[in-house]
Write a protein that binds this ligand. Structure first.
Ligand code: SAM
Length: 236
């Protein structure tokens, strides 16, 4: 695991106002306050050069929708620190339904970077030349199409930040999350001991740590096989 150091996220977006509440709240806000992560938001429209502040235009060859212009995006990207070749520990990521599916594993890999530039598309998407020139990878958060890349960028920021050393108080808690080892987490209970006729499983009250660990492992295997058989690195 790497030592505590800052990961910088630069976000290129037409809607920077969507980010504030999430980046200032909860674990992500605390991580920023501790200096483990930092954010700079770049309003793409600020990089236009015409009096109408045009960020998009119609596709050559016809077709529906509008595309984000490559010249405007390029200026925003340079301002965010984008360089070719990308400096070590830095990458430019375009949020896109055409991208590689985002997973916990990819989140862990990206948590090892120093600077991630996240580009949020909008409208019909992005001129292909910007992708060719500046984008290291395209990432999708799932097989559906959102209006823009802002929610996907926030999903990535949340997942990656949570995986940075020092962000979650008890690192064991991250190590035991669902999807670690390709297994779902075991069922968990808190007080009261009985709720609407349903008791907490006896073993969890036994104080026998070996028995508790075995029960939890069995539960993980059983529920992974039942709920997510596709995750089957499952030793069962
Ligand atoms: N016409 C595009 C296509 O078919 O690939 C979809 C454009 S979508 C309406 C607008 C923007 O939302 C995309 O450029 C991308 O940044 C973002 N977006 C939409 N769905 C996404 C997903 N599943 N994962 C990541 N980003 C997504």
């Amino acid at each position: 695991m790497r030592s505590l150091s800052e990961l910088r996220f630069s976000v290129l977006t037409l809607f920077p106002e969507l980010f504030g509440p999430v980046l200032q709240s909860s674990l992500v806000g605390k991580a920023a306050a501790k200096g483990l992560v930092s954010f700079d938001l770049h309003q793409i429209r600020d990089f236009t050069t015409d009096k109408h502040r045009t960020v998009d235009d119609t596709p050559f060859g016809g077709g529906e929708g509008m595309l984000l212009k490559p010249d405007v995006l390029y200026s925003a990207w340079e301002k965010a620190g984008g360089q070719r070749p990308a400096p070590a520990g830095s990458a430019t990521i375009l949020l896109s339904p055409q991208g590689k599916p985002f997973t916990q594993q990819m989140g862990k890999e990206l948590a090892g970077y120093r600077h991630l530039i996240l580009v949020c598309g909008h409208y019909e998407g992005v001129d292909e030349r910007f992708i060719e020139l500046c984008v290291d990878r395209e990432v999708s958060i799932g097989d559906y199409v959102l209006t823009g890349g802002e929610l996907p960028a926030l999903v990535m920021i949340d997942v990656i930040t949570r995986l940075l050393p020092g962000v979650v108080g008890n690192e064991q808690s991250v190590a035991r999350d669902s999807l670690e080892e390709d297994l779902l987490k075991y069922p968990q209970y808190t007080r009261p001991r009985e709720f609407m006729g349903l008791p907490v499983p006896e073993v969890l009250l036994s104080g026998d740590h070996g028995a508790i660990a075995r029960w939890r492992r069995d539960q993980q295997l059983e529920r992974t096989a039942r709920k997510r058989p596709d995750l089957k690195k499952n030793p069962r």
